[in-house]
Design a protein around this ligand. Structure first.
Ligand code: PEP
Ligand code: MG
Length: 578
């Protein structure tokens, strides 16, 4: 019989599939006391389970690519820390040795104790971190179960299923999405959780806080998840299925309409040409970007090369990666950004200071690179060598003062000289640009323009620094708001100054590919946009619907707006009038 469960929509879209229940209680807990003779074997079994869980995590990390690697990587790191927590492991060993607990029961008891500690915290953010404990312990339980019965099937390998669970860790979500899970329904959680953010970026419909689903749904039930209305319909009727098919047809039509824009140039409705670049990290991204039609690679984040392995990649390894990137771009310009480790991007090589009180305001990006000239020079040499294979622009992150760029240019020139002396053919000229993502750099952009060849606006960071709102903190909700008038004023200032100086300025933060943001950026005079390949066609379509003249005329009013609602109302007024 048809039943409807409601929840909060955390990621829109619809999906029809079979329920795959993931109950927290699916691990069988053995509470019978352990005989003395089995104690050491049980400790060994527990330790093996921890080792398997650690290996699972690092396999997962290795499999992640691109933007996802970055988003998921930090959660994985947090979980890996818990798995390595000596207090946790020692406590479990003691429970087995002294309390005669079996491993499953010890884990369950530790989980309950730790979750209770988190539950008692006042700070809602810290309280929600109890979820991490749950996910980590579940991983170890699962590893223990796998030792007992080797045929435990991986959820992730199932296709056409809707995961119904109490909560899901971001790492697992990424893995499952790449193995065909169609949607997620969670009994708890919030639309601001890391998993919810990730589900949105994966276009995976997701409901959270769905009451009763774990109790009332069964494995294999046919279910329709409506991520727009926040509903799960179990045993849908013919009418529900018709509605789903309508939605599918519309989504398909949209996709087909957008596909026609592949390979075309980008123009506003009144015929002004704009330039779309790609933020690309993998060879597939570059190939896809070229098929969709781009003016070049606007951002290649090199830190992923460093995060993907333990230890630093050497000059030849980096050179090969950059050269392949440049060759893959087939003559289009490639913007290679130097290392941006620090803040939320910790590294395996130990360059990042572990104990900074305010890492986002600390030694990150170029600040870190200049502190490790040997590492930085290795990277600059590799980039310079790759620049013989096609046009390369070198971009430096987290610039605060013009003197940072002067120092980088000095190092680059030194590297070029050394490479030429060693017989390498290095082009005479290289283009050096600064990321504008620190408010001081934006306000003082005139000084920066005197020493750079181009600018790239990092609106992700600029927004967090202007609003003092951590871009990774779900608890801040709408406070992290790129459409804030203060952010827009800085963007307008940077764009106008760069254009006045006759220098190129591109925006490569997330808003560049956000169709809803396109009219605002056109109004501010932006001409170069860099975004993930998946967003190119949607953005090209949105830009094609903008009337540049009208929007440019609206700019003074946008910049006088008091808040983001006023900005949205102004944009809506010109769009409905056209
Ligand atoms: C930005 O800050 O907008 C940006 C593009 O860089 P990242 O997201 O890598 O910090
Ligand atoms: Mg940035």
């Amino acid at each position: 019989m048809r039943r409807v469960f409601t929840g909060n929509s955390a990621s829109s879209g619809m999906a029809l599939g079979r329920v795959r229940l993931e109950r927290p209680a699916r691990f069988s807990i053995d509470n019978t006391p352990l005989p003395d003779a089995e104690i050491e074997a049980e400790v060994a079994r527990l330790e093996r389970a921890f080792a398997i869980a650690r290996e699972d995590m690092s396999t997962l990390r290795r499999k992640l690519h691109g933007a996802l690697a970055r988003e998921v990587g930090e959660f994985i790191d947090a979980h890996a820390l818990l798995l390595d927590d000596p207090e946790l492991i020692e406590g479990l060993r003691a429970m087995i040795r002294k309390g005669h607990y079996r491993a499953t029961a010890a884990l369950k008891a530790q989980r309950d104790r730790l979750v209770a500690v988190f539950d008692a915290m006042d700070d809602p953010y810290l309280r929600s971190r109890g979820e991490d404990v749950d996910h980590v312990i579940a991983r170890v339980q699962s590893a223990l179960a796998r030792q007992a019965s080797s045929e435990e099937k991986k959820l992730a390998t199932r296709v056409g299923e809707i995961l119904v669970t109490e909560s899901v860790a971001p790492g697992e979500l990424a893995h499952m999405a790449s193995h065909g899970i169609l949607a997620v329904v969670a009994g708890s959680g919030s639309p601001y959780s890391h998993s919810a953010i990730l589900a949105r970026s994966l276009h995976l419909p997701m409901l959270v806080n769905a009451d009763g689903v774990l109790e009332d749904l069964r494995d294999g039930d046919l279910a329709l998840v409506d991520g727009v209305r926040g509903e799960v319909v179990v045993h849908p009727t013919a009418q529900d299925l018709a509605q789903f098919r309508n939605w599918q047809r519309e989504a398909l039509r949209d996709g087909q309409r957008l596909a026609q824009l592949a390979g075309s140039e980008t123009h506003t409705r009144d015929g002004h040409k704009l330039h779309i670049f790609a933020n690309a990290e993998r060879p597939e991204d570059i190939e896809r970007a070229r098929t969709l039609g781009v003016a070049g690679i606007g951002l290649y984040r090199t830190e992923f090369l460093f995060l993907a392995q333990s230890g630093l990649p050497n000059e030849d390894e980096q050179f090969t990666a950059y050269r392949d990137l440049v060759l893959g771009a087939g003559g289009l310009p490639v913007t290679i950004r130097t290392l941006d480790l620090g803040a939320d991007k910790a590294d395996a090589a130990g360059l990042v200071m572990a104990s900074e009180p305010n890492p986002a305001l600390g030694v990150r990006g170029v600040r870190l690179s200049l502190r490790h000239p040997d590492v930085f020079v290795t990277q600059l040499r590799a980039i310079l060598r790759a620049s013989c294979y096609g046009p390369v622009r070198i971009l430096v992150p987290m610039i605060t003062n013009a003197s940072d760029i002067v120092e980088v240019r000095r190092l680059l020139e030194e590297c070029a000289r050394d490479l030429r002396t060693a017989g390498h053919e290095i082009p005479d000229q290289f283009e050096l640009g600064a990321m504008v993502e620190v408010p001081a750099a934006a306000l003082n952009v005139r000084a920066l323009l005197e020493v750079t060849d181009f600018l790239a606006i990092g609106s992700n960071d600029l927004t967090q620094y202007v609003l003092a709102a951590d871009r990774n903190n779900d608890q801040l909700g709408k406070l992290y708001e790129p459409a804030h008038p203060a952010v827009l004023r800085l963007l307008a200032h940077v764009i106008a100054r760069a254009r006045g100086a006759g220098k190129r300025v591109c925006l490569c933060g997330e808003i560049a590919g956000d169709p809803a943001f396109a009219p605002v950026l056109v109004a501010l005079g932006l001409e170069e946009f860099s975004m993930l390949p998946d967003r190119i066609l949607g953005a090209r379509d949105a830009l094609a619907h903008c009337d540049r003249k009208t929007l440019r005329a609206l700019a003074p009013r946008l910049l006088r707006a008091r808040d983001s609602d006023e900005i949205a109302a102004l944009i809506a007024s010109v769009q409905s009038a056209s």
